[in-house]
Design a protein around this ligand. Sequence first.
Ligand code: SAH
Ligand code: MG
Length: 205
Amino acid sequence: MAIDPLTLEVARAAKGFMPDDEGFALHEVGLSAGNVGPLLEIGSYCGKSAVYLGTAARECGTVLFSVDHHHGSEENQSGWEHHDAELVDARTGRMDTLPFFRKTIQDAGLEGAVVGVLGNSATVGAHWSTPLGLLFIDGGHAEDVAMTDYKIWAGFVASGGMLAIHDVFKDAADGGQGPFRVWQRAVEDGFMPVGEKGSLCTLQR
Ligand code: SAH
Ligand code: MG
């Protein structure tokens, strides 16, 4: 089933870097993975991708865990390309996307299906044990950070489950190479590429 128009409006209104067509593709991947196990994304930001995945999780009777420390990636900090001054907490001077994430999930009516996990992805992963239907990697995009997420989390993808990676640019002229290196590593490790939409690449275990 497609996303209903009101929910789609909420996804569109959320700050973020995911065009509609990639969001729809992500939703489809979520639908195909939700029967295998719960969905988990690294990188909540303001909740845009969580709406696409959360609606899929709800439809499958499972949940989306959305992991983020909510202080932004390196590329979101002041002076970097993807900085948004509205996301800075005036009290601390640090980025804080948590209030935006909460608003998005609430507006989408997805509080029953999206579980926000507040923390560093490596720390959460070190204590994780539940097999996943889908792992969506969209946290820090520097190669070392993205690769660490892959190494810690990829083993939790259940047999038949999906691995999705965002911002994969095969040509360095189009963007940073971190997520692409992770995609290459996943292929080497035996994940099978099953889909591509824009910079969203999907593989299956
Ligand atoms: N998936 C979102 C966008 C995520 S942007 C969407 O499409 O709407 C990347 C996010 O990863 C940022 O919010 C940042 O805070 C988070 N992040 C980066 N490194 C992290 C880490 N080590 N642990 C937890 N979150 C991290
Ligand atoms: Mg992204």
